[in-house]
Design a protein around this ligand. Structure first.
Ligand code: WT7
Length: 568
């Protein structure tokens, strides 16, 4: 196991603000008494036995008298839109009717390829309302990335717009039955205004959402989530996001990532929050001005974004950010400096959370009512048991680094890996420990500290990138013979993608050539997967027997250079 073992324990503890009331105040007691049945009680499904996440997110609140409450606030820096729960119900109902009339039924795979926008959220819910499995795609994906996912999933339906639609190679996806361009879906929906309730009632093990995620080997895998996950999403939204009736909640992630779907759409709406969507890219001024304009109270983002804001110095002083009362982070290690920055400048802590696409919802959390130890990801959510395992699968004591594992099952846990039951099973030990691939240690108080990965997965700006996917694309470039891809430490992005390549005969290294290779990956896969650094080498390190490229050796070489540089 390649662990860069972190044993120095931080002494610092930051206490919660005692003047506030929190949805969960007695962590220790709750851990002892909690059972998942309690989480289900917050849902309509508890009494009806009928499951549908879209109903629970929207329709239930309308039935309970909240039709007039603001469900959604959107801005892209220019235009602004606002929708009540009643309006979102009307829209998602009519979209769901159109989808059903087009053939969408229980279990259909409906892919959604739209920018971060109200319609992206509405179509995800409409697909689920119609009984389908929603497959949201990140808006920066290019043709190869889209093809791989839709092909593997045997996508049957697609909702997109005229721009992103150009990146969908429909002829390569024979399973595709119908594509709706969003403007025509909207028009068609007008004709389906006030008919019967389109909700398709499901069982708790029926599909609702699929996200493709990278592994350290092979192509991206389809992680299937089912309806039962909503009880986990609901209770973590209540306790960890700490949603109260008057909260304005903003998650910065696109629903093509699991953070953007589970904590952008489902968890906040299951808790009836007013949800904010920001359209467009990161822009420090726009972000601060959005918080001021919409009076955001809860903000969920990622360390890279916070670090990018930090690098803008005192820009925040131009804005009134006093509405912020709760900030959360996920996706990559949250360094203590960032927590200190938020404390000094916004007067609030940042609460780290740990989970994965596969786990479906929060597992390790910093509750707003509990002490935060900067550098720690927090403690297990009530209902969750974690352990640090050694190489033989035995639990390790406090202070020792090993693989972070979670006792299965829990409601948010993926149902399977699409068409790959064997891969699904490979996540679990015989004693039902889910193996995360992350390495970590626990302190005497049960706080978990992240140390690294035990495989080659790259985490750049909080986004998970499989080296194999990038290498496969690289070697399609006419100049590239072989490629090895690693994550290189970076002060802002955590890691950046670095590619080592050898050239085919007739090509020589130049900055133009490297730029063309980078562009080729960017245009084929997506911007976030394109190597920021490319190094042309004579030879790549390989295993003697099978000739497999040794990414570990490339990484070790890079790490020693990085260490030298940071000691100067
Ligand atoms: C991997 C999962 C679903 C959350 C968003 C990312 C890393 C996640 C933390 C954290 C350090 C973290 C892990 C994990 N990660 N949260 N708080 N501190 N690392 O989901 O794309 O499935 O990636 O992200 O390495 O295994 P994902």
């Amino acid at each position: 196991m390649s662990t860069n073992s972190v044993t120095a324990q931080t002494e610092e503890v930051i206490q919660p603000d005692p003047s506030r009331t929190y949805n969960l105040t007695s962590y220790e007691k709750k851990r002892q008494t909690f059972s998942w049945d309690e989480a289900v009680k917050g849902l309509g499904a508890a009494s009806s036995g009928k499951w549908n996440a879209a109903y629970e997110c929207i329709d239930r609140h309308v039935e309970e008298g909240f039709a007039e409450k603001t469900a959604l606030l959107f801005t892209d820096g220019e235009k602004e839109e606002s929708y009540t729960f009643g309006e979102v119900k009307t829209i998602t109902d009519s979209y769901a009717r159109v989808l059903k009339s087009g053939g969408v039924a229980k279990g259909s795979r409906v892919f959604i390829f739209l920018p971060k926008s109200p319609d992206c959220y509405f179509t995800i819910l409409a697909a689920i309302k119609a009984g389908a499995i929603a497959g949201p795609l990140f808006e920066a994906f290019k043709e190869d990335a889209v093809r791989e996912r839709m092909e593997d999933c045997e996508a049957e339906f697609l909702i997109t717009d005229s721009e992103l639609g150009k990146r969908v190679p429909e002829k390569d996806i024979p399973s595709l039955r119908k594509t709706w361009e969003i403007t025509s879906l909207r028009e068609e929906a007008c004709g389906f205004a006030d008919e019967e309730d389109p909700t398709v009632w499901l069982g708790e093990e029926d599909g609702m959402l699929i996200h493709y995620t990278s592994g350290s080997t092979g192509k991206p895998k389809g992680v299937l989530h089912v309806q039962r996950a909503i009880s986990h999403q609901y209770i973590s939204g209540k306790w960890v996001l700490d949603v109260h009736e008057d909260d304005v909640y903003w998650c910065t992630s696109h629903p093509g990532w699991v953070t953007g779907s589970v904590y952008g759409v489902f968890a906040p709406w299951l808790n009836r929050a007013t949800v904010v969507i920001h359209g467009g890219r990161f822009d420090a001024d726009e972000w601060y001005s959005l918080i001021e304009r919409f009076k955001v109270t809860i903000w969920y983002s990622a360390p890279t974004a916070f670090r990018m804001l930090m690098s803008k110095g005192n820009l925040f002083e131009n804005y009134n950010l006093s509405s912020l009362r709760h900030i959360l982070s996920v996706g990559e290690p949250l360094n203590p400096e960032v927590i200190h920055w938020a404390g000094q400048n916004f007067g609030v802590r940042i609460h780290d959370t740990w989970w994965m696409t596969e786990t479906g919802a929060h597992l390790i959390v910093n509750l707003p009512s509990e002490a935060v130890k900067p550098g720690s990801m927090g403690r297990p959510l009530p209902g969750i048991e974690v352990a640090i395992l050694d190489e033989t699968g035995e639990p390790l004591p406090a202070g020792e680094t090993g693989e972070l594992a979670v006792k299965a099952p829990w409601p948010g846990l993926m149902k399977t890996i699409w068409k790959n039951e064997q891969k699904f099973r490979s996540y679990f030990t015989e004693d039902s420990w889910y193996l995360s691939g992350d390495t970590a240690y626990r302190d005497e108080d049960g706080y978990i500290f992240f140390s690294g990965r035990n495989d080659d997965l790259i985490n750049t700006a909080g986004e998970r990138v499989g080296p194999f996917e990038v290498e496969s694309r690289l070697i399609e470039h006419p100049a590239v013979a072989e490629a090895g891809v690693i994550g290189k430490p970076d002060p802002v992005r955590g890691e950046i993608i670095k590619a080592f390549i050898t050239l085919r005969e007739g090509f020589t290294d130049s900055s133009n050539l490297r730029e063309s290779v980078r562009f080729f990956v960017r245009e084929g896969l997506s911007a976030h997967a394109a190597p920021r650094e490319i190094e042309v080498v004579e030879e790549l390190p390989k295993t003697k027997i099978s000739g497999k490229i040794l990414r570990r050796v490339l990484k070790a070489g890079e790490l020693s250079k990085y260490k030298e540089a940071s000691q100067v």
